[in-house]
Design a protein around this ligand. Structure first.
Ligand SMILES: Cc1cc2nc3c(=O)[nH]c(=O)nc-3n(C[C@H](O)[C@H](O)[C@H](O)COP(=O)(O)O)c2cc1C
Length: 126
């Protein structure tokens, strides 16, 4: 199942996919793989989505940015950057694999609709 607001282009004002993802994940309880898109720009974005219940993320505009700037190798570059940032973020969180990510790795920030990654058990380092 794709969790998406179609890039926010179809109906202005719809909630972000990341905002509704946790409640959808709670309902499907892993019975249906969840792919989230919208706003994945950095590895931390991918990790937040995976921690909140997505099994995978999809990217739209960054692929087009890469294509515009560098053709096929520009797209490869975008995907490789995202892959590396995702792996780095997982390691910085102290998780050893994507499957180990969970809600404990994300904290709701003071700004509505935004989440920040959290190093579990490392609050004293902040
Ligand atoms: C130029 C453009 C055209 C799109 N056309 C459609 C469309 O026809 N139908 C649809 O469901 N989503 C469409 N989308 C949304 C994408 O499928 C996808 O949900 C979105 O781009 C993902 O968010 P991101 O671009 O922030 O990564 C479009 C997005 C862009 C940028």
């Amino acid at each position: 199942m794709q969790v998406s607001n179609h890039g926010g282009r179809a109906l202005d004002g719809t909630p972000g996919a990341i905002t509704v993802l946790p409640s959808i994940a709670e309902v499907v309880k892993g019975d249906v793989p969840l792919i989230m898109d919208r706003g994945i720009r950095r590895g931390t974005d991918a990790v937040k989505a995976l921690a909140l219940g997505a099994n995978a993320v999809a990217i739209g505009r960054p692929v087009m940015f890469g294509l515009t700037l560098g053709g096929a190798s520009g797209v490869d570059c975008v995907i490789e950057y995202l892959r590396r940032e995702t792996v780095n973020t997982v390691l910085h969180l102290g998780a050893n694999r994507l499957g180990a990510l969970g809600r404990q790795h994300v904290r709701q920030s003071a700004a509505p609709g935004t989440q920040v990654p959290v190093q579990v058990g490392a609050d004293h380092l902040a």
